[in-house]
Design a protein around this ligand. Structure first.
Ligand code: ADP
Length: 203
């Protein structure tokens, strides 16, 4: 799909491994997925605060934020959603190369799009974290008032209402965000990072 020709990859003398040694942690993508209002953003930022306090280099890529700039030309049609996630995946990959733990908060409703991001990263670098809250609860929360608008037909292609959400088949972690406290969810993510050797004990 690349339109660029005559471009040659330049290898840096400073590798990802060097950056890991400097940072004392691995760099990975924590890919939060789920319905609007399921808690992706809240958990991603809370985990980031914990990681920052532990001395880790982190960055949150948040759905609404990237739509101002990087993806400002995209809407919510199926094609635009595909392109949105593709771009975010490429940015996340660059952050991983830079040694940063990236936390992304995108509905990312399509399995194939999430799988594509997984596939452009090295094996073990992509953690799919499903924020599993029933739509009734998301709709009750209606953090941004969008469910109300979607039910009134004022927002088209709204995930869970007028556009599908494809539940992850084999995510690294499922968080029952409709039933659990935020702190419990954050602890589960931190435990996953310990288990998978992202955080070096006493590193
Ligand atoms: P999303 O990013 O998935 O659209 P948000 O993080 O913006 O969702 O909103 C989730 C809302 O649910 C917040 O108001 C948050 O305080 C609330 N909430 C309640 N329980 C949890 C939980 N266990 N995890 C995350 N958010 C929760």
């Amino acid at each position: 799909m690349s339109k660029s020709t005559n471009v040659v990859w330049h290898h840096s003398a400073i590798t990802r491994e060097h950056r890991h040694q400097l940072n004392k942690h691995r760099s990975v993508v924590l890919w939060f997925t789920g319905l609007s209002g399921a808690g992706k953003s809240t958990i991603a930022h809370a985990v980031e605060e914990k990681l920052y306090a532990a001395g880790c280099r982190t960055f949150v890529l948040d759905g609404d934020n990237v739509r101002h700039g990087l993806c400002g030309d995209l809407g919510f049609s199926p094609e635009d959603r595909v392109e949105n996630i593709r771009r975010v995946g490429e940015v996340a990959k660059l952050f991983v190369e830079a040694g940063v733990i990236v936390l992304t908060a995108f509905i990312s409703p399509f399995r194939l799009d999430r799988a594509r991001v997984r596939n452009i990263l090295q094996h073990g670098d992509f953690f799919e974290i499903y924020c599993d809250a029933p739509i009734e609860i998301c709709e009750q929360r209606d953090v941004k008032g969008l469910y109300k608008k979607a039910r009134a037909g004022l927002v088209v292609d709204f995930t869970g209402v007028s556009s599908p959400y494809e539940v992850p088949v084999n995510p690294e972690l499922t968080l029952m965000t409709g039933a659990m406290e935020l702190n419990q969810c954050v602890d589960q993510v931190m435990q996953l990072l310990q288990r998978r050797g992202v955080l070096v004990p006493n590193g």
